[in-house]
Design a binder for this molecule. Structure first.
Ligand code: HEM
Length: 404
């Protein structure tokens, strides 16, 4: 077996791509010890990653791996015990199929598209908050609040309660640098709040997504209150830090690639959809797809992974695989053949992708239009990344610009 190419060091967290290139060449399906002590397999080539994401022998239920489950080191801290863990990202068919069908009836691409004016309004309001200052931290002031307010609005969380979500989201996003206890506490707060909100809405349905989840039915079947709470929770949880990172990583990429950025600024409408796809491929928000566990001895990329082992599909590596992408390490905002895996693949493919794309497009184009001379206020090499395992995102993104 090949040597471990310095995984999970500080240098790796800042720039994991050289280590992934090494693994793709020398050990494409690689067993390693994660910082938590869990032994897991990393799948780093595009073709293997795509196959593994669609392989039903790889379960999402952590109970399939005794070592990981007993140590409580997989999934969102606190979610299993609280009952809110019975959501799409921990379930296999047939439970997954039933819940996914119900949520798909409420959370349609059309619902996301109808939300466009609201996302534009939120974006402009956040920029108004710092435009006169001439400087900002684009994570704290922009990328962090936008998705949390957007998903809260979509779900129908009343505006006066959204500040609580901002606090809980802050407890979750600091997870990479801080204790898991804070995340478990935030999960408990969210669960309590969502259950009560669902209960309240049941008697007074509106046109928000939570009302849609309560209403959704399939062959006469509805979500129970607990299932609706777990669903609302996973929509918030999965739709939050991912989108923060799309905006944060995407803006950093543009600020460090002036030619690409200039093209986008000159022809924004023409390029923005393709540009967002390329930003997702080039430095995506989710580094490793969420956990999978082998239910039986399972061949992946020529290696037989024994039953009961945790597997992590490295989306960030698959999307830089030169076997699939021409000039894979080059940013090309006009790339047309771009079947990246940033939103996953198969039955767990991201249900929030239309909303995430919309938020990314509006956030990036509006910021570049309103603050055209935006530039980094610190050298890119000195920026710090949050050290979480699944996500890849910046702690801060300090910028300056002409006040407006
Ligand atoms: C699933 C990425 C935004 C809700 C996933 C998966 C990925 C992903 C990779 C599959 C995980 C796996 O197979 O293990 C992203 C990225 C986003 C984003 C990169 C932003 C740029 C959102 C948003 C929402 C959302 C905005 C909702 C409002 C979900 C849900 C699942 C999911 C509920 C689970 C689907 C299932 O298991 O059937 N996402 N996501 N995501 N995402 Fe997203």
């Amino acid at each position: 077996m090949a040597d471990d190419p310095g995984l999970f060091t500080r240098e790796f967290v800042a720039d994991p791509y050289p280590a992934y290139a090494y693994l793709r060449e020398h050990a494409p399906v690689h067993r390693t010890t994660l910082p938590s002590g869990v032994e897991a397999w990393l799948v780093t080539r595009y073709a293997d990653a795509r196959q593994a994401l669609a392989d039903q022998r790889l379960s999402k239920n952590p109970r399939h791996s005794e070592q990981a489950w007993k140590q409580g080191k997989v999934g969102v801290p606190g979610e299993q015990r609280s009952g809110i863990g019975a959501h799409l990202l921990n379930l296999d068919p047939p439970d997954h199929t039933r819940l996914r069908r119900l949520v798909s009836k409420a959370f349609t691409p059309r619902r996301a598209e109808e939300f466009r004016p609201r996302v534009q309004e939120l974006t402009d309001r956040l920029i108004d908050g710092f435009a006169a200052a001439g400087e900002a931290d684009l994570i704290h002031d922009f990328a962090f609040p936008l998705p949390i307010y957007a998903v809260c609005d979509l779900l129908g969380v009343p505006e006066e309660d959204q500040a609580d979500f901002r606090t809980w989201a802050g407890m979750m996003i600091r997870h990479g640098a801080g204790p898991r206890g804070g995340v478990a506490r935030a999960v408990r707060h969210m669960q309590g709040y969502l259950k009560e909100l669902i209960h309240r809405k049941r008697g007074d349905l509106g046109d928000d997504l939570i009302s849609g989840l309560i209403r959704a039915s399939d062959h006469g079947e509805h979500l129970t209150e607990d299932e609706a709470a777990a669903m609302a929770f996973i929509l918030l949880f999965a739709g939050f830090e991912t989108t923060v990172n799309l905006i944060g990583n995407g803006l950093l990429t543009l600020l460090t690639h002036p030619e690409a950025r200039a093209r986008l600024q000159d022809e924004p409408d023409l390029r923005v959809a393709a540009a967002i796809e390329e930003l997702l491929r080039f430095d995506g928000p989710v580094e490793l797809a969420t956990w999978r566990f082998t239910t039986c001895d399972t061949p992946v990329g020529g290696v037989v992974i024994p039953a009961g082992e945790p597997v992590l599909v490295v989306l960030a590596s698959a999307d830089r695989d030169p076997r699939r992408f021409a000039d894979a390490d080059t940013l090309d905002l006009a790339r047309s053949d771009n079947p990246h895996l940033a939103f996953g693949h198969g039955i767990h493919y991201c249900i929030g992708a239309p909303l995430a794309r919309l938020e990314g497009q509006i956030a990036v184009t509006t910021l570049l239009r309103r603050l055209p001379d935006l530039e980094l206020a610190e050298p890119a090499a000195e920026l710090r990344w949050r050290g979480g395992l699944i996500m890849r995102g910046l702690q801060r993104l300090p910028v300056r610009f002409t006040p407006s």
